[in-house]
Write a protein that binds this ligand. Structure first.
Ligand code: NAD
Length: 288
């Protein structure tokens, strides 16, 4: 690694807290080496109240950019100079690019979701989506799908703290993309969930259900609701194959797990920083 670093090496980082577990430094540094480009990627533990200082430091050290993870995504969106359309609508960023002191914030989670579907030969244009969830991952998916031409989105969430955010997201999408139909329902209305799933091309779980310790659960209690023409996706990537994915597979559906979304949101960020394509096949094989 020392041999790669020169006086001109461009610095990228992940900020958030905690960051020690992240696989991003290995994935990015491997890709830089593979492509022979002069960048290095590190991780900085930055608590939410220090995000402004971190972004000022980015400008001062002329860092090329940074990825932003929890809990810093919303705070970071407030201290950048410009926002991409998706980041503006969502009010959060996961990628910041520094162009000569001007920081532009993007959110590539939704792009990662759409790119992962494309990688699995699924085109979202003109389709109907039913999605459970109103948190960070869900909102990014809903906004990006609307921007990318999905026809209709039915969102189901618990009547918890995320429900009002879900209603707000629906209103924002309707304002920004008037051609997209958006409905919000209570996830406990099981007959409505069943009805909406049956009318959908794509179903997505974007809640924490399915993730440890909720790994023996699925948001869809009766999987016979699925038909084999449907695509069923989970954003949860640990475990790699959730109960939802297992159930949908048993119904003959095309299934797409959460790992690919993680890969493709990184691919989108990599392109924004470097202008180069991440060596996707090698990265997939080595890290996913
Ligand atoms: P979040 O905390 O922002 O949102 C949590 C969501 O889960 C909310 O909609 C909440 O209402 C819902 N929820 C919580 N308990 C529930 C229950 N018992 N029943 C039904 N719904 C419930 O979380 P997030 O950041 O959006 O992450 C959600 C999942 O997505 C996590 O598993 C995370 O690891 C995963 N994720 C994956 C990717 C990826 O690239 N694949 C990216 C981001 C997040």
């Amino acid at each position: 690694m020392e041999n790669m670093i020169s006086g001109k090496t461009k610095l990228l980082a992940l900020i958030g807290s905690p960051v020690g577990h992240s696989g991003s430094p290995q994935m990015y540094n491997y890709s830089f080496k593979h492509l022979g480009i002069d960048y290095v990627y590190v991780a900085f533990d930055v608590k939410e109240d220090k995000v402004k200082d971190a972004l000022d430091a980015m400008r001062m050290f002329d860092m090329r950019g940074c990825n932003v993870t929890m809990p810093d995504k919303i705070a970071a969106s407030k201290y950048v100079d410009e926002l991409s359309p998706a980041a503006r609508i969502i009010g959060a960023v996961n990628t910041i690019v520094n162009d000569n002191g001007v920081l532009k914030g993007y959110i590539t989670d939704g792009e990662g979701f759409v790119a992962n579907l494309k990688d699995n030969d699924v085109d979202i244009k003109g389709k109907k989506l039913t999605i459970c969830g109103g948190g960070g991952a869900a909102t990014a998916i809903q906004v990006q799908c609307a921007l990318d031409g999905i026809r209709e989105i039915s969102i189901f969430n618990k009547k918890d703290a995320f429900f009002s955010r879900t209603l707000e997201t629906a209103e924002k999408i309707k304002k920004e993309v008037p051609t997209c139909i958006v409905n919000v329902f209570d996830i406990d209305d099981e007959s409505k969930l069943k009805e909406e799933i049956q009318k959908s091309d794509i179903f997505v779980n974007a809640t924490i259900v399915g993730m440890k310790p909720l790994d023996d659960l699925s948001v869809v209690k009766d999987p016979t609701v699925f038909s084999k023409e449907q695509v069923v996706c989970d954003v949860v990537y640990n475990p790699e194959e959730t109960k939802l994915i297992k159930d949908a597979k048993a119904c003959g559906c095309k299934t797409i797990g959460g790992k690919g979304m993680l890969l493709w949101q990184g691919v989108a960020a990599f392109k924004l920083y470097t202008g180069c394509d991440m060596p996707v096949e090698e990265v997939k094989e080595k890290f996913f």
